[in-house]
Design a protein around this ligand. Structure first.
Ligand code: UDP
Ligand code: MG
Length: 329
């Protein structure tokens, strides 16, 4: 019998519409792995409720009560996908040998989970799920997402292209990851920094099973910006370079203005003056804003606030007394 305890961690925010399907589906996947003797009987599905306003938690709680293969965590409010996932990983690290994270909408193909586990058993600490196609995403989502990966690469943050948060981490990799204490969490930026032996498994991304995307454009942009400023100081350097450039150009412009003045054509300077004021004003505001963004980040980090707060924890460690009944739904 295999001793590898696998936990599949699923963050859920207002996912009552997909929960039942997701649960039934992942349960099948897990039982198949157990039956094939790839993972241990103690393996778990861990659902993290990220402060949902609908009945998501009630559903998770009921599943935990009825099924010994299910664990649940309820965060005290909505902390966002990354932190919800982190809370799940941190808990799972206490009782699992490896953890797979997957979104509740099952857009990521679950048939490759087996491949993840096989790669883990082959000795890989990190297995990235990489989307080979994005045909079911809208054109807009696809181009913005791909543009984002390219931009990040140019700015010096090495991300795995077309990989989101669908991955397997070994206990060892997880333990190291939890030592990254930043509040501004961008897990897919941190994982490549861990090192260890890693590999990629390709799959096709599907459309959402039900419910709506919890990442509307504004949230997506905020996430991209967060990722960028948490990992790269290049934008600040870029601003400094623009500053030097405009300083240099202003010398040339100054010389030109003086010549114009001595030639007696002073009014002609009005247009260029107006343009410069706007240009420089804009650059200054932009620079201050960007620097402010980093100062804001520093401010958030130095406060060292807890990254999430757990209200209920129905994970194996704390629920020793939980009846071990296997229920087939
Ligand atoms: N999610 C979460 N907290 C949030 C927003 C989203 O835990 O504040 C979860 C959500 O339930 C889902 C996953 O994060 O399991 C990814 O969200 P979604 O599928 O809406 O994003 P998309 O795939 O559209 O980028
Ligand atoms: Mg999704």
């Amino acid at each position: 019998m295999k001793e590898t305890v696998l936990t599949i961690a699923v963050p859920c925010y207002n996912e009552e519409e997909v929960f039942d399907t997701t649960y039934a589906h992942l349960k099948d996947v897990l039982h198949n792995l157990i039956d094939e003797d790839l993972v241990s009987e103690k393996s778990q599905l861990l659902f993290i409720d990220d402060g949902s306003k609908d009945s998501t938690w009630e559903k998770i709680e009921a599943a935990c009560r009825l099924d010994s293969y299910v664990s649940g965590i309820k965060l005290s409010r909505n902390f966002g996908h990354q932190k919800a996932l982190l809370s799940g990983l941190e808990e799972a690290a206490k009782f699992s040998d490896c953890v797979i994270s997957i979104d509740a909408d099952l857009q990521d193909d679950t048939t490759v989970i087996k491949e993840f586990v096989i790669q883990y058993l082959n000795g890989f600490d990190v297995v990235y799920g990489v989307r080979s196609k994005r045909e079911t995403d809208s054109f807009f989502k696809r181009t913005t997402a791909e543009g984002f990966y390219k931009l990040m690469g140019k700015l010096g943050l090495s991300l795995v292209y077309n990989h989101a948060d669908y991955r397997l981490l070994s206990k060892r990799a997880l333990t190291e990851m939890l030592r990254f204490q930043e509040t501004n969490l961008f897990l897919r930026g941190i994982v490549p920094l861990l090192g260890f032996k890693s590999t990629k498994v390709y799959y096709e991304r599907k459309a959402r099973e039900a419910g709506e995307s919890k990442y509307p454009l504004a949230k997506m942009l905020a996430f991209a910006f967060d990722g960028l400023t948490s990992f790269s100081v290049k934008p600040i350097r870029f601003i400094t370079i623009i500053g030097f450039l405009s300083f240099f150009i202003s010398f040339i412009a100054g010389a030109y203005v003086l010549i114009e003045k001595f030639m007696g054509d002073t009014e002609s300077g009005w247009a260029s003056l107006m343009i410069s004021i706007w240009l420089i004003g804009g650059l200054l505001l932009m620079s201050i804003g960007l620097i402010g963004e980093y100062i804001g980040k520093i401010y958030e980090e130095v406060k060292q606030r807890p990254r999430y707060i757990i209200e209920h924890n129905l994970c194996p460690k704390r629920t020793e007394e939980k009846p071990k009944t296997k229920v087939h739904a």
